[in-house]
Design a protein around this ligand. Structure first.
Ligand code: PAF
Length: 280
């Protein structure tokens, strides 16, 4: 696996593949790779001749009081995982390379409406950071295909919208969430949970399944279902941020039985923020 740290080396690697007519798939990550990330690499392999991943803990998508400094950096283990899953290259830029003039004067990309809801409402600037870095990485790598996990459902919707709005010639593939045996969605942030919190954590997915069941059984009082689920989460020891029964097309709150839906949820256990979702 070619480990690339400069723009010049990245462009040279991409040009080598392009000159051979090879199709390129891209898997952007922030590292601390788990089975969910490695599945993205496996799916990417099926769609292209070459797979390039990136690891960049993107400061622009972290709020001031968030976990940028303590976000786990595990490059050696990540490289071993990527090699085992036959990634061809890894791009690991530094913040100085990606934001040479600093974050305050960086041109940004922002997806309106979709970026303001749910996590966008509670994490100001988060999705601007995500869309800006993903756009920059797309311009650097110029992939044919890019893979993203469906655990970050809103992020995936925002990236799809950005690609459409900016006419980027990239196919976006959403890959289903990988879960632990007890249902907890795999996430790099799960490592922050204490043993006690880890036993509580699967409750979030259980509640989503219960909500889905209630909706499919004909309960269409979505706002009441959301309130009830939030109260249950609080009683179980979580600090809920939102549980939103949303329309799948634009992620606004669902209002009618006919709309295809997704339930989006975010809740903290202690200081660890967990998100999950379930399509209905
Ligand atoms: O999902 C992530 O890990 C990040 O938000 C991404 C897409 C790599 C952008 O930094």
């Amino acid at each position: 696996m070619n480990i690339i740290t400069s723009v010049e080396a990245l462009r040279a690697q991409i040009a080598t593949w392009r000159n051979k007519g090879e199709k390129i798939a891209f898997v952007p990550t922030m590292g601390n790779l788990h089975q969910g990330h490695l599945k993205l690499v496996d799916v990417a392999k099926h769609h292209a001749d070459r797979v390039i991943a990136s690891i960049f803990v993107n400061p622009m998508q972290f709020g001031k009081n968030e976990d940028l400094d303590k976000y786990p950096r595990t490059l050696d283990a990540d490289c071993a995982g990527l090699r085992a899953h036959h990634a061809d290259a890894l791009f690991t830029p530094t913040p100085e390379l990606m934001y040479p003039r600093g974050l305050d004067v960086q041109t940004f990309v922002e997806v309106p409406l979709l970026g303001d809801l749910h996590c966008g409402a509670s994490r100001a600037g988060h999705f601007r950071g995500v869309s800006t870095i993903v756009c920059k990485l797309f311009n650097l790598v110029q992939p044919d295909v890019a893979c993203f996990g469906m655990k970050d459902y809103q992020q995936l919707a925002i990236i799809r919208q950005m690609v459409l709005d900016l006419s980027l010639p990239i196919e976006i593939i959403g890959v289903p969430t990988e879960r632990a045996a007890d249902g907890l969605a795999l996430s790099s942030r799960n490592g922050y949970l204490t043993a006690e919190q880890r036993t509580l954590a699967p409750k979030l997915y259980q509640l989503l399944q219960q909500l889905r069941h209630n909706i499919l059984s004909g309960n269409h009082d979505y706002r009441a279902l959301e309130q009830h689920a939030k109260a249950e989460l609080s009683a179980a020891g979580f600090t809920p941020d939102y549980i939103d029964i949303s329309a799948r097309n634009d992620l606004t709150l669902a209002t009618s039985a006919e709309q295809p839906k997704v339930i989006l949820a975010a809740a903290a256990l202690g200081t660890t923020r967990l998100i999950d979702n379930l399509e209905v």
